[in-house]
Each structure stands twice: as structure tokens, then as C-alpha cells.
Design a protein around this ligand. Structure first.
Ligand SMILES: [Zn+2]
Length: 83
């Protein structure tokens, strides 16, 4: 079993992978419709929408929360060194 490098979700079945491609290291929720990994900003926005919807927090707080979470994921941990 692999764990998504972008969001930490365990990927247990083919449906969890982009285009059911189990060679990918990230999950379907972190992929674009063509199967490529979303950019940091795209993923942050998507995760923020999710947080606002499920936790009822405002956009600024959701962005901050999403960013803090993503910083700990392997796909993004070096992102802040390069900007
Ligand atoms: Zn993911």
C-alpha cells in the first residue's frame, strides 16, 4: 500500500489512483483530470475549499491550515525552499 505524497491519504485500491494507474505516488484527489499532479497552489485551493465546507472556517484560515498541512507532505516539503 502506498501513501499519497501530496496529502498523506492511504491508497488502497485502484480507484484511489489517478486514472487507476497504481504506479503513481499521489492520489486521485491530488491529480488533475489528465492524471498529472496538481500544482501546490491548485492543491492548496482545493484543500481550502474542502476545509471551508467541512469545518466552516473562513478562507484565510483555511489557506493557512492547508499550507501548514501540505508543508509536512513529501511532495511539498521542499517547495518553500525554492520560493
Ligand atoms: Zn493525495
Amino acid at each position: 500500500m502506498k501513501i499519497c505524497i501530496s496529502c498523506g491519504m492511504p491508497m488502497t485500491k485502484a480507484e484511489d489512483y489517478p486514472l487507476k494507474d497504481e504506479s503513481k505516488d499521489y492520489c486521485i484527489y491530488c491529480a488533475r483530470t489528465d492524471g498529472s499532479l496538481q500544482s501546490f497552489e491548485e492543491k492548496k485551493e482545493g484543500m481550502s475549499e474542502f476545509l471551508m465546507r467541512t469545518q466552516g472556517i473562513d478562507r484565510a484560515v483555511a489557506h493557512k491550515t492547508a499550507e501548514e498541512f501540505m508543508k509536512k507532505q513529501p511532495a511539498w516539503e521542499n517547495y518553500f525552499d525554492t520560493v
